[in-house]
Design a protein around this ligand. Structure first.
Ligand SMILES: *[C@@H]1O[C@H](CO)[C@@H](O)[C@H](O)[C@H]1NC(C)=O
Ligand SMILES: *[C@@H]1O[C@H](CO)[C@@H](O)[C@H](O)[C@H]1NC(C)=O
Ligand SMILES: *[C@@H]1O[C@H](CO)[C@@H](O)[C@H](O)[C@H]1NC(C)=O
Length: 278
């Protein structure tokens, strides 16, 4: 019964999607500006233009920077040399005579660009239900500072102090040597990444108002302090950790960040889509 219901919902979704495409094609249905960008229209005849894949979207009021990494089989994940591998499976296929394509996804929730919930490192928080569905969207969305971290050290208390991040700043994205080394583009997990040492995490907790900590590799915590730094950040359940961000091609400065995790009840992590607007 359940799968029948899902199928019905899916079919309905398909019908709505087809209707939208039909509306897009009838030119007068939308004011100009819709569907008039290259790649966004459905091609005529048999050829369909390849879709655009973008990092930056320009619009009248500014720019949108996509700071999320794409998921591919080579997306890195902790301790794997091969990346996440094949994570999509086409369980129904038009090439095989189905009425539609339907994919299933199986993925480690801490792969690629993702968020950690308090239950990731505290078993009692996990049991109490502090999953990704409980993360505060007001922390995950709002003004954010993108800063460059000195490239020759992990993020220690000394480094944190040197960044001079003013009180009142709630969201900071830390760009490090990880971006220069393009570590997120390599399928092999690399434990020499830069992250917070325990004293750096403690300094942040004690001396700043930061509640959203973003970083450009799979863990905010340096490998040598991987557990202890996480424990310092997650203890209060007020700080949200966003990891594996794509921070190349964005300049340091102040933006508005928008990060939305999936509502995975019971999960201590989730893939997350993050963008910056300016
Ligand atoms: C998926 O659907 C498209 C049409 O939307 C079809 O052209 C394609 O062959 C299908 N892919 C597979 C693997 O069945
Ligand atoms: C189509 O079905 C065959 C036989 O079940 C299977 O081997 C093949 O992988 C399927 N192809 C797709 C694209 O799902
Ligand atoms: C950061 O720490 C890791 C071990 O956790 C180490 O391999 C790496 O060399 C350090 N990076 C820098 C820039 O000091």
């Amino acid at each position: 019964m359940r799968s029948v219901h899902i199928l019905l919902v899916f079919t309905e979704f398909l019908a709505i999607s087809l209707l939208s495409v039909a509306l897009l094609l009838s030119k007068d249905a939308y004011p100009s500006g819709y569907g008039d960008e290259p790649g966004s229209c459905v091609g005529s005849g048999d050829t369909i233009a390849s879709p655009l894949r973008r990092e930056v979207y320009e619009h009248d009021d500014g720019e949108i920077f996509d700071i999320t990494h794409r998921f591919t089989p080579h997306t890195p994940v902790g301790d794997s040399t091969e990346g996440i591998g094949r994570f999509l499976k086409l369980s129904m296929s038009m090439k095989n005579g189905s009425d539609y394509n339907l994919s299933e996804m199986k993925i480690i929730v801490h792969a690629g660009t993702h968020v950690d919930a308090p239950g990731h490192m505290y078993d009692n928080y996990f049991d109490a239900g502090y999953d990704v569905d409980t993360l505060d969207l007001r922390v995950l969305n709002g003004p954010a500072l993108l800063v460059d971290v000195p490239r020759d050290k992990n993020i220690t208390a000394e480094v944190m102090e040197s960044l001079n991040i003013p009180r009142g700043v709630k969201r900071v994205l830390f760009r490090t040597l990880n971006t220069d080394r393009r570590l997120m583009y390599k399928k092999e997990f690399d434990s020499s990444y830069v992250g917070f040492m325990k004293d750096g995490a403690q300094w942040l907790v004690d001396n700043t108002d930061i509640k959203l900590v973003g970083i450009d590799y799979l863990s905010v915590a340096a490998h040598d302090d991987v557990i202890t730094s996480h424990l310092v950040f997650l203890e209060s359940r007020e700080i949200i950790l966003v990891e594996g961000l794509k921070l190349d091609n964005v300049r340091p400065g102040i933006y508005t960040v928008h990060c939305l995790p999936l509502r995975l009840v019971g999960a201590e992590g989730s893939p997350i889509r993050c963008i910056l607007t300016k």
